[in-house]
Design a protein around this ligand. Structure first.
Ligand code: GLU
Length: 465
């Protein structure tokens, strides 16, 4: 059997990270078995579905690298097929026309409220003949749900679950305007698309028991189901905006790398021993549903930052340069020159180990190309005492005349000797020199920066203090 999974978002907002994790699990499961991962846009809610949301989902998936097979399926385009199935169910006696008026339903709702139970359609048209149909009322089509017995589900994450069929109601399959409901559309589409495994959030678990009835009524083989626990915030409450339940593009804009996001989302609810850093290749090799936890996982921003810092360190320097270039060029208001790019590439090694996000990296990198004089904050300014300025001037003269090769070790030795001659310590000049070279008290190693800037530029920066 070829494994076929799908991601079936409703395009009513951004691709939030809980949905991104669902997509990731479906993607990895399919790739692990050499199967297919399909994308279905569930756009049947014509009011809430928007082209912007579709775009956000597609670009979010692309950014994460979760490539799907074939063209996306748009659910709304398939409504004729959904209608056809509903009518087939009516013909087979598994569904029926219901002419209950909105007032009748309202009465049922009131009664349910009084009795303190959820609304349940009372089946009043279940066994009535079409001849009794009131004139001018457009019927809905309802499922003739099982009234006795039990429905069993062997969920690949939640284990065995049994539900008494008395809890199932005659849900609507087609509305009175002929449009299919989500319950019907999702089953018909999963069947027609040959989905073998439905992996989705456990908020859909009760839907599954209702959907199973449609599979059974149509005599279709049920797919396997895996309901994954939702993501909670660090406080244990369901993840909300306040916790960081943002769209994936917000994480991109905060400077996260897609590989880090995928790694973090993978570990959020799935484990492979104690492994924290898992490449995509390993994830495809290892992923299965046996190690999906049964309890909700907690979103932890600090952990995500650490995972991102790891991927940043491993990332190719040229690729990182490409990622920070737009910020630098926007800030400078011009394109970077080749020698500046070269300088940044050389500096990248020292910059990336000190940054957790692309935002931090681009800010940390700016001094390499910033126009002089630097705008310095108070703290940086405070180390430029009169004595420090004299020292820097002397150092400049010393360095100008010295014949050392302008690389880290000789620079270190030379400056060390310079301060010793003055009966000072390296730390007496380190911070003023750092401020002169970078405009800040925090930067990569001083001698590394000097080597990368080169003699002329380093001396110019000291001169311009
Ligand atoms: N469209 C549904 C949602 O976004 C998912 C349906 C499913 O996975 O079966 O919640």
């Amino acid at each position: 059997m070829t494994v076929v999974t799908r991601f079936a978002p409703s395009p009513t907002g951004f691709l939030h990270i809980g949905s991104a994790r669902t997509a990731l699990f479906n993607y990895l499961f399919a790739r692990h078995f050499g199967g297919q991962f399909l994308l279905r846009i569930e756009d049947t809610d014509r009011v809430r579905s928007t082209p912007e949301a579709i775009e956000a989902i597609i670009s979010g998936l692309k950014w994460l690298g979760l490539d799907w097979d074939h063209d996306p399926i748009f659910q709304f385009e398939r409504y004729k097929r959904h209608q056809e199935v509903a009518l087939e169910m009516v013909a087979k006696g598994h569904a029926y026309y219901c002419y209950a008026t909105p007032e009748e339903l309202e009465e049922m709702r009131t009664l349910a409220g009084i009795e303190g139970r959820p609304l349940r359609y009372d089946g009043r048209w279940r066994n009535r003949s079409q001849d009794e149909a009131p004139e001018g009322v457009k019927p809905v089509v309802r499922l003739k749900a099982l009234e006795t017995g039990e429905t069993h589900l062997k969920d690949l994450v939640q284990g065995e679950i049994t539900v008494s069929n008395t809890t199932l109601d005659d849900m609507v399959l087609l509305r009175s305007d002929g449009t299919p409901t989500y319950m019907l559309a999702v089953v018909v589409d999963d069947h027609d698309m040959g989905i073998t495994h439905v992996i989705r959030g456990d908020d859909h678990l009760t839907n599954t028991f209702r959907q199973i009835q449609i599979y059974d009524a149509m005599g279709w083989e049920r797919p396997q189901f895996a309901h994954i626990p939702l993501i909670h915030g660090p406080d244990g409450a369901k993840l909300s905006k306040r916790h960081g339940a943002l769209g994936v593009e917000a994480y991109r804009d905060m400077g996260f790398l897609p590989e880090a996001m995928c790694n973090y989302l993978l570990r959020l609810g799935w484990s492979h021993g104690d492994d924290e850093i898992i490449s995509e290749k390993q994830a495809i090799e290892w992923f299965n549903l046996d190690h999906v936890g049964r309890s909700p996982s907690r979103f932890d921003m600090a952990k995500l930052l650490n995972v991102n810092a790891h991927y940043l360190k491993e990332e190719d320097n040229a690729k990182l340069l490409g990622l920070i270039l737009p910020f630098l060029e926007k800030t400078l208001g011009r394109d970077l020159l080749p020698f500046e790019k070269d300088r940044l590439l050389k500096g990248m090694e020292g910059l990336k180990v000190r940054s957790k996000t692309i935002l931090e990296l681009q800010e940390a990198a700016y001094f390499y190309v910033a126009p002089l004089p630097f705008s310095r904050d108070e703290k940086a300014q405070s180390v430029l005492t009169e004595a420090a300025l004299i020292l820097l001037k002397d150092l400049k003269t010393e360095l100008e005349t010295s014949k050392i090769s302008w690389t880290e070790t000789p620079l270190h030795e030379n400056i060390q000797a310079f301060v010793e001659k003055k009966e000072l310590k390296l730390k007496d000049i380190a911070q003023p020199l750092r401020v002169a070279l970078t405009g800040s008290l925090v930067s990569p190693g001083l001698f590394e920066v000097m080597e990368i800037l080169g003699k002329e530029e380093s001396l110019r920066r000291i001169e311009m203090i």
